[in-house]
Design a protein around this ligand. Structure first.
Ligand code: KIV
Ligand code: ZN
Length: 524
């Protein structure tokens, strides 16, 4: 890799919002345990600021932010808050245990948002900015402010709002491209304008937060950096609202590979990029697109004969970075039938999973079981098994006890299912158009629901006919999206578990909504 001399490099802060904006992605809900593992790995890999959640949004978000605040050693832990004082107090309280904390407060500044969403005048918005930052400063001296829909905000008012935020004491000014509307030269021009027109701008960090609706989030972020932004808000795998946010791995590797034109240094240990990508994909059940830059399965694969020939002669012919730079080992075959508990635990730690003594016992039993059926256990298998042994599974409303399917060239195919529904055992049989359909119909016979199947996707975790199949199921019920993912060497059983996992997620979302509506009537 080309590297610039350190003297010529400027530091670029990485603000990761996977656990906040990323989780806002429809269907991407994560458990507390998932969030803790991800936060730990983000901290270990050198992320500067971790936005851990939106504490006013739900009990779960508050707990996640306060738990993460209590365990993170190096990064600043940040909580999001609207400009209302209730939000700020909630965020401040959630962050109390953090070694270093930041409150990130925001309010819309575009005419469209102020008129229709907030129904506030410009003067009222300026007053809210001042008050919210002042209140946030009671909890921490590290306060970030964002004008929501900033890139579509009228320029004079944007400057007025930013100046107000700086005067109130904000230490970071973040400019969001909330709807992914901007283009690179415009993104740069906004930062240049702020630098030219606002007094005191050089005393704060300018940040950029770009959404990917037109596929330009990374380009827009880098353009803002070239114009003077020194913090990039991004997410692992580009997760985030709608088309997502700027992908952290792309920002980091672009500045590294093209340091000749992008002389910015991040603190990120790039060899942790693949582990964190897999962990986030697994936690959210969002598969990574095969041709996704840096972390997709095909990102380092060379199929075309002419490319393979070049690669054999010199890897630089078709590779601009080495797979090992991002944490992809040549062969990630790690373990097998004879591997011991310590070796399994060590590899899990290397993959970013901090697994306790009780949990490793459970995990090891499943590991041995898989190793009996499958000779070679790869990293992908271990990551998948971590989800399968997640402690949350024991609390699931729907739990499969037994499945037997009869399938083949003669239809109908039939499924016999033993399913615990809210602790009550049921035995049911169903026919279907194929074994998966039969298994899903059996579930519907004992647990009726309105959810529509929006996605059913099967992929192999590793290679070979004995590979585990990972199945992703996405359901929708009255606008609520729930995703489930599961893996097994038996594709039909993996499909059933993924379907039940999505239904369990849906039930959890229904319950959380009910509890929240009961305890917090004023919050929409
Ligand atoms: O996209 C956006 O505007 C946001 C803000 C809360 C920063 O996520
Ligand atoms: Zn956003």
């Amino acid at each position: 890799m080309k590297q610039n001399t350190p003297q010529a490099m400027d530091d670029l802060l990485i603000f990761d919002t996977t656990l906040r904006d990323g989780e806002q992605s429809p269907g991407a809900t994560m458990t507390l345990e998932n969030k803790i593992n991800i936060a730990r790995l983000l901290d270990e890999m050198g992320v500067d600021i971790i936005e851990a959640g939106f504490p006013i949004a739900s009990e779960g978000d508050f707990t996640a932010v306060s738990t993460i605040a209590g365990i993170i050693d190096n990064a600043v832990v940040c909580g999001l808050a609207r400009s209302s004082l209730g939000d700020i107090h909630r965020a401040g309280n959630a962050l109390k245990q953090a070694k270093m904390s930041r409150i990130h407060t925001f309010i819309s500044t575009s005419d469209l948002h102020m008129q229709y969403k907030l129904q506030m005048t410009r003067d009222q918005v300026l007053e809210a900015i001042y008050k919210s930052i002042n209140t946030a400063l009671e909890y921490t001296d590290d306060v970030q402010w964002s004008p929501e829909d900033g890139t579509r905000t009228e320029h004079n008012f944007l400057c007025q709002a930013v100046a107000t935020a700086i005067e109130a004491g904000a230490t970071t000014i973040n400019i969001p491209d909330t709807v992914g509307f901007t283009i690179p030269n415009e993104s740069a021009a906004i930062i240049t304008m702020l630098k030219e027109r606002i007094q005191g701008i050089n005393d704060v960090v300018i940040s950029t937060h770009c959404h990917n609706d037109l596929g330009m989030a990374v380009a827009n972020s880098l353009a803002a950096v070239m114009a003077g932004a020194r913090q990039v808000e991004c997410t692992v795998n580009g997760l985030g609202e709608r088309a997502g946010n700027a992908a952290m791995e792309e920002i980091v590797m672009a500045t590294r590979v093209r340091s000749d034109s992008l002389p910015y240094r991040t603190r990120i240990d790039s060899t942790k990029i693949i582990p964190v990508s897999r962990m986030v994909s697994d936690a959210t059940s969002f598969p990574v697109q095969f041709n996704k830059a840096i972390v997709g399965k095909n990102a380092f694969a060379h199929e075309a004969g002419i490319h393979q020939d070049g690669m054999i002669k010199h890897s630089g012919t078709y590779e601009i970075m080495r797979p090992t730079d991002v944490g992809l080992s040549e062969s990630n075959l790690v373990l097998g039938k004879h591997s011991g508990r310590a070796a399994v635990k060590k590899r899990l730690n290397e993959l970013g999973y901090d697994i306790g003594d009780n949990r490793i016992n459970d995990f090891f039993i499943k590991f041995k079981h898989l190793a009996d059926r499958k000779r070679e256990i790869y990293d992908g298998d271990l990551v998948t098994m971590m989800r399968e042994t997640s402690s949350d599974n024991t609390e699931d409303f729907l739990q499969v006890k037994f499945l037997k399917v009869i399938c083949g060239s003669e239809s109908p195919q039939t499924a016999e299912l033993h399913l615990d529904v809210g602790g009550i055992h049921h035995r049911v049989e169903a026919n279907g158009d194929g074994p998966v359909d039969a298994a899903f119909r059996a579930v519907s016979k004992v647990f009726s629901h309105e959810a529509k199947l929006k996605l059913y996707q099967v992929s192999a975790v590793t290679q070979g006919t004995d590979a585990q199949a990972t199945v992703t199921v996405r359901l929708e019920e009255n606008g609520v999206i729930a995703v489930g993912q599961s893996a097994d060497t038996d594709t039909v059983f993996a499909s059933l578990k993924a379907y039940l996992s999505a239904l369990n997620n849906l039930i959890r979302q229904r319950n959380a909504k009910q509890i929240y509506q009961k305890t917090s009537p004023s919050h929409a």
